[in-house]
Design a protein around this ligand. Sequence first.
Ligand code: SF4
Length: 207
Amino acid sequence: MSERTIVYRFKNGIYINLTNRCPNLCTFCIKTKWAMQFDGHNLDLAGQEPTAEEILADLEKELQTPAQEVVFCGYGEPTMRLDTVLQVGQTLKKHSRYPQFKIRLNTNGLGNLINKRNIVPELKTAIDKVYISLNAENETLWQKLMRPAPEYKNGYSSVKEFIQSCAQAGFEKVAASCVENTGADIQAVKELALSLGAEFNDREYLK
Ligand code: SF4
């Protein structure tokens, strides 16, 4: 197997493979279906999560070529490593010689529960855009699709609160999303996202 990938380029963005850990086991998650591979990259960290210093060193090289966004992503949930998100994001904002890109967080919205506090004010110091997986119009469906670990079973209301809190915090963009063809009512999820103050993105069901 090829060496683990920490930072990779996809479309107009540079993506950070921060962790493979996630409190959910979504029915549509591609990480196991695609054997931890993505677009030719091995995203299996094999328990060796990158340090902030490793990430920043890889970003420094990758940013020699312009990009529109630097994205905290996975295969996993970035807010499992909130301290690293904040350290890398704040460093990029303070010291970057490449100011043209925006910093985005892709998240399942459980960051407040994971970190046992409201993380939105801290995120505001490091992140420009927040994209949040909503994926269901009610808690029953959310539990069925996201298959959260037992301690996150009641996380749907926290996800909605997180979206609303981000929308009120003044990020450049906050978007809630729904994966297509899962049984969710896309229009109802869109209306819910808008009612929480977010924009809405629908996402293709990847197979
Ligand atoms: S939240 Fe994301 S990483 Fe976690 S299981 Fe779902 S799709 Fe996979």
